[in-house]
Design a protein around this ligand. Structure first.
Ligand code: ADP
Ligand code: MG
Length: 232
């Protein structure tokens, strides 16, 4: 049997609890097994980003627990959480979030530098990663010299740098044209299949939703449905 890699138990998030409370996520349970390829869908404002951020330890739940690969991240100290994130979870965002002054190679290498990986080993790994996302000819380009699709592929390479078991992606194709979106999704599906990386990605994009094997729908901060499908 596959093992549970993400276990969000009764998770809630209320913003501005003391003024005008916003119940962004309410009593949500999500169990995801290793190797799943899951889309998180729902209208704008339904809590997708908030839920992803809590699962990745970027935001603290108001209530409930998040267990990632057996570690209850909601009880970790700030330093331990940063370290856990760095080694276990890759993030991809809608707006790419690359460092503008750094080249593709440096944006990816930066993560390995944080992990104190030796320069020679770092160089080799960065080239492998950029090769994996088809950007071996763009290693010295800065984000401004790359298309949206290419920037997002750098972001995926960066997310992979720490060899995470999980990648959380918040609307990764929202700023991409159809061709780049399809290309990005192929890369994600390949990583899922060949490297057994678990993917949880929020999206509005019907073409992306079709490729998921499981679709979790949020409405008003609650799970409205959770269904398996055969990807097309
Ligand atoms: P989605 O990603 O599905 O569009 P979000 O998780 O971004 O939804 O937002 C869920 C709800 O929480 C929305 O009502 C949003 O306005 C609110 N919200 C999100 N982040 C914050 C914040 N930092 N402070 C206050 N309210 C927030
Ligand atoms: Mg969002």
């Amino acid at each position: 049997m596959a093992k549970t890699i993400i276990d969000a138990h009764n998770v809630s998030k209320t913003f501005n609890p003391k003024t005008i409370p916003v119940h962004a996520v309410q009593n949500v349970h999500v169990h995801i097994e290793e190797g799943e390829f899951v889309a998180l869908v729902g209208p704008s404002g339904s809590g997708k980003s908030t839920l992803l951020n809590m699962m990745g330890g970027l935001d603290e739940p108001t209530a409930g627990t998040v267990i990632i690969d057996g570690v209850e991240i909601t009880t970790l100290s700030e330093n331990k959480l940063i370290d856990f994130r760095l080694h276990n979870i890759g993030f991809v965002f809608q707006s790419f979030n690359l460092i503008p002054v750094l080249t593709a190679k440096e944006n990816v290498g930066f993560v390995l530098q944080l992990q104190n990986i030796h320069k020679d080993k770092r160089e080799k790994r960065v080239l492998e990663l950029l090769n994996e996302v088809g950007l071996e000819d763009k290693i010295n380009s800065k984000p401004s010299e790359l298309s949206g699709g290419q920037q997002q592929r750098v972001a995926v390479a960066r997310a992979l740098a720490s060899k995470p078991k999980i990648i959380l992606a918040d609307e990764p194709t929202a700023n991409l044209d159809s061709k780049s979106a399809a290309n990005l999704l192929d890369i994600m599906a390949k990583l899922n299949k060949e490297e057994k990386i678990t993917f949880l990605f929020s999206t509005h994009d019907q073409r992306v939703i079709k490729k998921a094997r499981r679709i979790i729908t949020l409405v008003d901060g609650k799970i409205d449905s959770d269904v398996q499908q055969i990807p097309s």
